[in-house]
Design a protein around this ligand. Structure first.
Ligand SMILES: *Cc1c(COP(=O)(O)O)cnc(C)c1O
Length: 362
């Protein structure tokens, strides 16, 4: 039985009628940029996350980048980031002109270790970007406390964590501001590129609103050097449909994760660790093993696809030669051992059985 790593047609076909109606609505309105669908989605997603403002932008990378610019972070400033993340977290920092300073994750949760922030702090540090990796929030209280003690801004990278909770509070509402992505494969995915900034700070929301639209608040009046990075009406209309199903889809991911825990409980692999403070949304289900290659081969021989998030840490990428000699042993160990198993709403119990059958051979 074939098991793809992810199959977006499952979730999309569940709501196909609603998506088609959203498309018709936008076509009939002839409003394609900055219209009523975006305003409605921004309001609905801000409410969902428990923040005052949501500002839609073109993608998740721009959401982080525009936030850094809005906070006035740029050349000469340092930003504390994990290196076991998608490259966008780093690209946003370097595109703003600031310098990423990597902080190791803890080996249990794979998220930024708050205990290591102090060693990375310099007089140039301005911000921390914790990434809620794989759909589970970082340990935000100690990160916030550290930031407050040193006057730093906390920007969540919540791209993988729509609906995830930390001590009951939602990802996106745990820092000064948050960036998220609606790349199609995220838990809340568009039918194309999209992203958003979340914050309860009116000044930051307004600054990002201007930055995304050529730096203007009033048409043809440009106060700052902005960019063109907008969430269009069609994507906003699709996202409104999908937001109304997000909790149900996240609940389905949780059931799949429980099934994996059951399947793998006697298998010699490291299972995802969920700290007491976290209620993850299982963007990815990531196991860890020194026999990763063997597991990949075994699964793929049975037509079961897997992926590695991420095979090369940010500091080892060719685009960052100045970091390539840095040593981050935990991050580097993870890149050699992590393996993401198929995870998406709509995966069938027959497919899960096929995965179980395969792991029995390990
Ligand atoms: C997907 C992702 C991004 C970037 O989002 P895009 O919309 O693809 O630009 C940033 N950070 C993390 C952790 C992501 O997973």
């Amino acid at each position: 039985m074939k098991v793809p790593f992810v199959d977006l047609s499952c979730a999309n076909s569940m709501v196909r009628g609603e998506l088609d109606a959203a498309y018709q609505r936008v076509m009939d309105s002839s409003y394609f940029i900055d219209g009523p669908e975006l305003a409605a989605f921004e309001k609905e997603f801000a409410e969902f996350c428990g923040v005052k403002y949501c500002v839609g932008v073109g993608n998740g990378l721009d959401a982080i980048r525009l936030l850094l610019i809005a906070y006035g972070i740029g050349p000469g400033d340092e930003v504390l980031v994990p290196s076991n993340t998608f490259i966008a977290t780093w690209l946003a920092v370097t595109q703003s002109g600031a310098t990423p300073v990597p902080v190791e994750p803890d080996l249990l949760s794979y998220n930024m270790d708050p205990g290591l922030l102090a060693a990375a702090l310099t007089h140039k540090t301005r911000a921390i970007i914790p990434v809620h990796l794989y759909g589970q929030t970082a340990d935000m209280d100690p990160i916030r406390l550290f930031a407050e003690a040193h006057g730093l801004v906390v920007i969540e990278d919540a791209a993988q964590a729509q609906g995830a909770r930390y001590k009951g509070r939602l990802a996106g509402a745990l820092g000064h501001a948050a960036a998220t992505s609606f790349y199609p494969g995220k838990n809340l995915g568009a039918i194309g590129d999209a992203g958003a900034v979340l914050t309860s700070d009116p000044d930051i929301a307004q600054a990002v609103r201007a930055l995304r639209n050529y730096g203007s608040k009033v048409k043809y009046d440009h106060e700052v050097l902005g960019v063109n990075s907008r969430l269009d009406e069609l994507q906003a209309a699709f996202l409104r449909v999908k937001l109304s199903h997000l909790n149900a889809w996240n609940a389905e991911r949780k059931i799949i994760a429980e099934r994996y825990h059951e399947i793998l409980k006697d298998v010699d692999v490291v299972l995802p660790f969920v700290p007491e403070f976290a209620d993850p949304v299982w963007h990815l289900f990531v196991i860890r093993s020194s026999r990763r290659d063997e597991i990949v081969k075994l699964l793929s021989a049975s037509d079961i696809s897997t992926l590695i998030h991420y095979p090369i840490p940010a500091h080892k990428q060719k685009c960052y030669p100045e970091y390539n000699k840095h040593s981050l042993p935990i991050c580097e160990l993870l890149s050699k051992q992590v393996l993401s198993l198929p995870m998406y709403p709509g995966i069938t119990s027959d497919q899960m059985d096929a995965i179980e059958y395969c792991f029995r051979k390990l």
